[in-house]
Design a protein. Structure first.
Length: 436
């Protein structure tokens, strides 16, 4: 049986993991794909460096273009990360009639529309299961398993590094910076970890999930993005007292006039399954009609989980070698000519409940002034707690939970509360979702 010959771009954590996985489960993978899959040519930034995998049976060199241009390679696996060079290599592989498998969420979120159009023109497949939620086969589940359903919303913990940091803040009271350094050491964090903690990585993944859930073009620039940098251990503790956990979520939902795409810290009721996804684990909850909610949980980062998704795509490509392009599963789940132009709405049009924390003077009537602003705006309050002042402090922390309200109304109410003489500094505002 003639092996399928793969060219591998990038031999770092995920590249090494992929070579190891192809070797470790070679028999199983061959039985499933119908042919063995071999990496025959690879490119690495430092070809002479010690590796986590064997490079005995492959040509290894610095020049990634040589791997793409090698007439022997039939599938190119792009694992170099970054955007510009990755895009150039991907388009070149496509023009040479080669199928591509990538773990690069930034590449797909930013340039997927163009890449898929070029791949369609050239009759090749582009697999990107590894780009979202590491080892969880969420692309396959939404694109194929839920194909009979209309997706209503999808909410996920899709950045392992942020989840790891929030979990450590809650359970171990550890400092943000210390936990982030550990995530970098363990290979979870992006090369630029601000992508993890500022929500960019999650926004890349949400862009992809939203497109396959709703059949809309990839629109990274429309995602509302907030990271976990503003979350304090106080907020984690107060939320916990109120029966909630703070999670960094990516949410896409039909919002009446369009689709809302947002990534931000969110209070979830502690009984909610997603609220109990801790450490570096990822999970995505999908609410579909008529199926109802389903939950997909697993390791979202690291060598083995990501390699598992890369190999799944490789096997799919091999199985589809002989299929006519029009019979393959569409890149974004819906046929390319059937993508919808449903608009992505801004945050002002999104409805959600809120956790508010403010520092107020401890005087008669102050709480009434604050709740008066909310009541005038028609915002209903679910809970209020006032904490003891810190030693020597002039103000006390006040925490409010509201019912659901249109975000534009809440923006105006927050401005009015911050303008009160008795309220010091800015409000902390975190959205609350029950996912009921
Ligand atoms: N930096 C990412 C994370 C890796 O922490 O989830 C997987 O995309």
């Amino acid at each position: 049986m003639q092996p399928v010959k793969v060219g591998l771009l990038g031999l770092g954590t995920v590249g090494g993991g992929t070579v190891n996985l192809l070797e470790r489960n070679r028999d199983e993978i061959t039985r499933r794909a119908g042919r063995p899959i071999d990496v025959v040519h690879a490119a690495a930034r430092h070809p002479d460096r010690a590796r986590t995998c064997s490079t005995e049976h492959m040509r290894l060199e610095y020049d990634a273009f040589a791997v793409v241009d090698d007439p022997d390679t039939e599938i190119i696996v792009e694992l170099i990360g970054g955007v510009d060079l990755a895009k150039e290599l991907t388009l070149r592989a496509i023009e040479r009639g080669k199928h591509v498998v990538t773990a690069n969420k930034a590449l797909i979120a930013l340039h997927g529309n163009e890449i898929f159009a070029r791949a369609r023109d050239n009759g090749v497949t582009v697999g990107f299961e590894a780009a979202v939620a590491g080892g969880i086969p969420i692309i396959k589940a939404v694109r194929e398993g839920l194909v009979g359903n209309r997706i209503e919303w999808l909410a996920g913990i899709i950045n392992g590094t942020s989840n790891f940091i929030l979990s450590e803040m809650l359970y171990a009271g550890r400092e943000f910076g210390e936990v982030l350094a550990e995530a970098q050491r363990l290979g979870y964090a992006e090369a630029d970890p601000t992508f993890d903690v500022e929500g960019v990585d999650a926004a890349h993944k949400l862009t992809i999930l939203a497109s396959i859930a709703f059949g809309i073009p990839l629109q990274f620039d429309k995602v509302h993005m907030e990271g976990i940098g503003q979350i304090s251990t106080d907020d984690v503790a107060y939320a916990s007292e109120l029966g909630f956990r703070i999670k960094h979520l990516g949410i896409c939902r039909r919002e009446g006039d369009g689709i809302g795409l947002r990534v931000h810290p969110t209070l979830l009721p502690e009984r909610q399954l997603l609220a109990n996804v801790d450490g570096v684990m990822n999970a995505v909850m999908v609410n579909a009609d008529p199926l109802g909610p389903t939950l997909y949980y697993g390791a979202g980062a690291g060598a083995d989980p990501t390699a598992s998704a890369v190999v799944a795509d490789l096997v799919d490509v091999v199985r589809e070698f002989t299929l006519e392009p029009e019979n393959r599963v569409p890149y974004l789940a819906f046929q390319s000519h059937s993508l919808s132009d449903e608009p992505v709405v801004g945050m002002e049009a999104v409805d959600t409940a809120y956790y508010l924390r403010l520092e107020a003077q401890d005087e008669p009537g102050v709480l009434a002034e604050v709740t008066g602003v909310l009541s005038q705006a028609g915002i209903s309050i679910e809970a209020v707690i006032q904490k003891q002042p810190a030693p020597g402090a002039e103000t006390v922390p006040v925490i409010l939970l509201t019912h659901r309200v249109r975000e534009s109304k809440m923006d105006a109410a927050c401005q009015a509360i911050e303008a009160l003489d008795a309220v010091h500094g800015s409000l902390v505002r975190i959205r609350v979702e029950t996912l009921a």
